[in-house]
Design a protein around this ligand. Structure first.
Ligand code: DC
Length: 230
């Protein structure tokens, strides 16, 4: 299928399968995949390791803002897909820990952090032919994105998927902790002042509670065909 050099923005609640879907799209249509959540997670990991987070939620905003000036967080795209780096360290695994997951939303609330991440995303997105996932891609980062998708799924299904993903990565967690973390992140993400999670007016909703990855691929192909032809 012939897909033009467009920008596809995928937003939605935590663990609705945004990144799996975005990766699937990138592979199928040879697009560049950008995981904006991974950048927020990397900033969070950096802040935690640098002692800028106390009692699990209080962030030393002044020190973090200053550090962002020289902080090198970037993606490297290779055979195995997209990887997130802090300097020359690949942080794909530590940024997915439950510890980072429980601090990332308060970090992502900070306007300085949002500006830092947006700058990186805009730079990568300049050439087009990218698929990005996050919370505010279609509303703030790329308000002119060609296709905007807003993903939703049942809470329990989301928690089960996340738990499976964590177990596969060798991380320990229980269902209750995971579902509570999802709900609390959704709440913070939707209620923050700067770029809250919300559906863009021109976004198409995808509820994938009962969909397989193959169903999702058919769904996006139909959407692209309806807009750009075959
Ligand atoms: O997609 P994720 O779960 O890896 O995202 C981690 C956190 O980062 C999420 O709880 C909220 C924040 N985030 C955001 O505020 N804006 C984005 N565009 C992407 C993620």
């Amino acid at each position: 299928m012939n897909v033009p050099d467009i920008i596809i923005a995928i937003d939605g609640y935590s663990s609705t399968g945004k990144s799996s879907f975005a990766k699937q799209i990138a592979k199928e249509f040879s697009f560049l995949y950008l995981d904006s959540g991974a950048l927020y997670r990397a900033v969070t990991l950096f802040a935690m390791r640098s002692g800028m987070v106390s009692d699990g939620k209080t962030i030393d905003t002044a020190r973090l803002s200053e550090a962002l000036g020289t902080l090198d967080i970037h993606f490297e795209h290779g055979e195995g897909g997209s990887h997130t780096f802090i300097g020359d360290e690949c942080v794909d695994v530590p940024i997915r820990s439950i510890e980072v997951s429980s601090v990332v939303s308060p970090v992502a609330v900070l306007p300085e952090v949002r500006e830092y991440v947006d700058r990186i995303l805009v730079e990568y997105g300049r050439a087009g032919r990218v698929v990005m996932d996050g919370r505010d891609i279609g509303t703030t980062v790329f308000p002119d994105a060609d296709i905007k998708i807003f993903m939703v799924a049942d809470d329990k299904v989301r928690a089960e998927r996340r738990l499976k993903e964590m177990k596969a990565a060798g991380q320990d967690a229980d269902f209750e902790t995971v579902i509570e973390n999802l709900k609390s992140r959704d709440y913070i993400d939707s209620h923050r002042e700067t770029s809250p999670l919300r559906q863009a007016d021109d976004a198409v909703v995808l509820d994938n509670t009962h969909m397989t990855p193959e169903d999702q691929m058919e769904w996006i192909k139909d959407l692209i065909r309806s807009r750009y032809g075959d």
